[in-house]
Design a protein around this ligand. Structure first.
Ligand SMILES: [Zn+2]
Ligand SMILES: [Zn+2]
Ligand SMILES: [Zn+2]
Length: 320
């Protein structure tokens, strides 16, 4: 749990927050409004221009209300039977395009590839901080998926611990490797391409598939066919193929499900350990179509009303 006292809220603040969506006039991510964000960490500027002025194509800034902060020391300590440490880490916002009305799905393939390069560049930079063990990059699209600003953006959170969900996936992959001496994700890619029923689309480098036991309807995983545990070390042509796949999958989902909110999450190796043989980076895309309620909170089980074979069939059949 991250207790974020910087974001301290009184009961009424929660009620207010729910209705808030910032429009273009006050959008801190629009060109010309650079002063509304903390100073930029990085930007790509094909046409030059000084930092924190218009002219950028992708812009990375610290989150104005960070869940974690870079300054300080972890100070791990016990408090009676409890364990605590300071909220050291990084929380950055990657503004994907200067165009307020563009969505990720509407961006061109080279623009999406540029965004993926920005992910890689930030990861390679933050990796040098020995206090950090994991970098999570994710995107919330639409209010139902948790986005509070409509201008399209991704978020990066660098953590001093490996998150439980990632830990579970890595431990499972390690057990599979111990038993079979094969990467479980390579096995999934091979098996699903042979079977075909859960494949949404594929190209030379990437396959998009509905996983065998998806938690959510139309949950889709994007995996490189070539084994690699670290997203930031993937070769450039994989980013190009991944950009094309992201765009095509989002188009199909938008068409089939009428532009749903969604979460897009990058799963990649922690940098604090060697997972080069056992882990395999990938993206998980979850359209927001069902509500997580008491049963899910109480058990960690999910009730999914759409089989992965049906979801993949529907997405394959979309006429673009
Ligand atoms: Zn904007
Ligand atoms: Zn693999
Ligand atoms: Zn995963």
């Amino acid at each position: 749990m991250i207790i974020s006292t910087d974001r301290q809220k009184r009961p009424n603040d929660f009620v207010f927050e729910r209705a808030r969506i910032t429009g273009r006039e006050h959008c801190p991510f629009c060109p010309g409004h650079e002063a509304l964000t903390p100073p930029e960490i990085m930007s790509y500027r094909q046409n030059g221009g000084a930092p924190n002025t218009p002219g950028w194509d992708v812009r990375v800034v610290p989150n104005k209300f960070p869940a974690l902060q870079v300054e300080g020391t972890l100070d791990r300590e016990g408090e009676g039977m409890f364990d605590r440490m300071n909220g050291i880490g990084a929380h950055e916002v990657i503004i994907e395009t200067p165009d307020h009305d563009r969505t990720l799905a509407a961006m061109s393939e080279p623009e999406i590839e540029r965004l993926l390069s920005a992910y890689r560049d930030r990861m390679q930079d933050l990796k040098r901080d020995f206090r950090l063990r994991y970098i999570l990059i994710f995107k919330n699209h639409g209010a139902a998926a948790g986005a509070t600003l409509e201008h399209t953006h991704s978020q990066l959170i660098a953590l001093p611990v490996v998150p439980d969900f990632v830990r579970e996936e890595i431990d499972g992959a390690r057990r599979h490797f111990a038993a079979k001496e094969r990467c479980v994700f390579c096995d999934i890619v091979r098996e699903d391409l042979r079977d075909g029923r859960r494949v949404v689309l594929e190209n030379a480098e990437i396959v998009a598939l509905a996983p065998y036991a998806p938690r959510f309807p139309f949950e889709t995983w994007l995996l490189p066919k070539r084994h690699g545990s670290r997203f930031e070390e993937a070769p450039r042509h994989e980013y190009a193929s991944l950009a094309r796949t992201i765009k095509m999958v989002l188009h199909r989902i938008d068409r089939a499900l009428e532009h749903p909110s969604y979460n897009l999450i990058l799963h990649t190796s922690p940098f604090s350990e060697d997972t080069s043989e056992i882990y395999h980076w990938h993206l998980e895309l979850m359209p927001k179509l069902t509500k997580v309620a008491g049963f899910e909170w109480g058990t960690g089980f999910y009730i999914n009303p759409t089989s992965p074979e049906e979801a993949a069939r529907v997405l394959r059949a979309v006429k673009l």
